[in-house]
Design a protein around this ligand. Structure first.
Ligand code: SF4
Length: 442
């Protein structure tokens, strides 16, 4: 999401007459686009800021801005403690950046962390800077209304609002014309996408009958994109199991160019903890969703997020997490220790009471189990042929290409005259825990 937002920021700054430099030592303005989802991410930003302090001493006119979730969450601290920060802009304030830069130059207030019920940057065509020219992110919505107790997103990125589908199609058309082969539709809670031309999702009840009749839900958006761009490979994330509906699974099943891949965070396998987290589903409901995914989308890749050591988590809760993992056998997981985020419901109501050594041991058990499942899953591809989109040249061997199969697993194979950007049928002959090894299917 931050990569996509940074590309929007580049577009806004270029429009205002600024040019990009790839050498930060040459820059007149440096923006750090930040994440607040865990304490570690914020610490990384603080370390970067202190690295910039020497630069600021030698170049006093250099301006440093902090953008994104950390700007929303910690603006006072950034301005008071991190003295070298000149500009603070939250995720909904990027249109204001040229003005904030001007203000900072005049020593005026250069802070805007106002959250919006409307802003989706839908008329801005992002400047693609971080990709490979093959795959691109396209934001389709912003914010989240779910209020999971541990999560800072609703406070830093605001309420859920969806982007006009026509502007999404227009942006993808530009990418297709430029030769991109794969797009990933992005939303914090993407299955909740709802466009009706009347603002944030929370006001949908007050929409006119006409607006309700013409409203576009996520399954319809997905279908629209898949049918308009049959040559593009389409992915999307992130899905909250609570909001994922069967019509989305049906849309995937009906279109070969939508990847059989779902990122479906479960966070905990314990009903008690899921209730504490306000996740809106039970373990049984999650497992039933997995069963429906397998029935409708055989061979769908499924990845997850999980938190070890949420407040009050017992050994029994932890065992429920491990057993749910064994039920699903995920392809891959993003696995973390609970990190208390100031301002969230959990931080205000539940002491962070699982000792760190216990959290770490539980996390280690989760990681070790996931490693087994990833290895098993990857081995199951041996002998099969996968359609790989070549994304780059292997770092280890310049004669080899790498790319992903529709399930999102990386494969490496000899190039044999093929180039980046091609879809290639690759026969898998070996597999490690993280990578498939193949040869080009003759
Ligand atoms: S659905 Fe995701 S983004 Fe929204 S509050 Fe829950 S964890 Fe945060």
């Amino acid at each position: 999401m931050n990569v996509a937002d940074s590309e929007v920021v580049y577009a806004i700054m270029e429009e205002a007459g600024y040019a990009r430099t790839s050498d930060y030592k040459q820059a007149d303005v440096i923006f750090l686009n930040t994440c607040s989802v865990r304490e570690k991410a914020e610490q990384t930003v603080r370390n970067k800021l202190s690295n910039f302090s020497h630069l600021k001493r030698t170049r006093p006119h250099l301006l440093i801005g902090v953008l994104g979730c950390m700007a929303s969450r910690a603006k006072e601290r950034l301005l008071e403690e991190e003295k070298m920060v000149d500009i603070v802009a939250g995720p909904d304030s990027y249109r204001d950046l040229p003005h904030l830069v001007d203000n900072a130059r005049k020593n005026l207030c250069a802070v805007n962390v106002q959250l919006s019920l409307e802003e989706t940057y839908d008329d801005i065509i992002p400047v693609r800077v971080s990709g490979n020219g093959i795959s691109a992110f396209v934001s389709v919505m912003r914010g989240c209304d779910n209020m999971c107790t541990y999560c800072v997103v609703p406070y830093t990125r605001g309420r859920e609002r969806s982007r006009d589908p026509q502007t999404i199609i227009n942006e993808i058309q530009i990418l297709a014309d430029e030769g991109y082969k794969e797009i990933t539709l992005l939303g914090q809670n993407i299955d909740s996408y709802l466009w009706y031309g009347g603002g944030p999702k929370k006001h949908f009840d007050k929409a006119s009958e006409e607006q309700k009749k013409n409203a576009v839900r996520f399954s319809q958006l997905l279908t629209m994109v898949a049918e308009r761009f049959p040559m593009l490979r389409i992915r999307f994330c992130t899905s909250n199991p609570h909001d994922m509906t069967d019509d989305v699974l049906d849309a995937i099943a009906s279109h070969d160019n939508i990847c059989r891949y779902l990122h479906l965070p479960f966070q905990s396998g314990s009903n008690r903890i899921l209730k504490h987290m306000h996740r809106g589903y039970t373990r049984e409901e999650y497992m039933a969703l997995i069963d429906r995914i397998h029935a409708k989308l055989p061979d769908c890749g499924i990845t997850m997020d999980v938190i070890a050591g949420y407040p009050t988590e017992t050994e029994e809760d932890h065992q429920d997490t491990l057993s749910l993992m064994c039920y699903v056998k995920y392809d891959f997981g993003y696995m973390f220790k609970y990190s208390e985020r100031p301002g969230t419901y959990a931080a205000g109501h539940y002491p962070d009471d699982v000792p760190d050594d216990v959290k770490q041991r539980r996390l280690d058990e989760i990681i070790s189990l996931q490693s087994e499942h990833s290895a098993q899953r990857n081995r199951s591809y041996i002998g099969r042929t996968c359609r790989i989109l070549a994304e780059g040249v292997s770092k280890k061997n310049k004669e080899e290409l790498f790319g992903r199969n529709p399930q999102g697993i990386v494969a490496v194979f000899p190039a044999e005259g093929h180039t980046i950007g091609e879809f290639i049928d690759v026969e898998i002959i070996d597999a490690t825990q993280g990578t498939l090894i193949g040869i080009i299917k003759k």
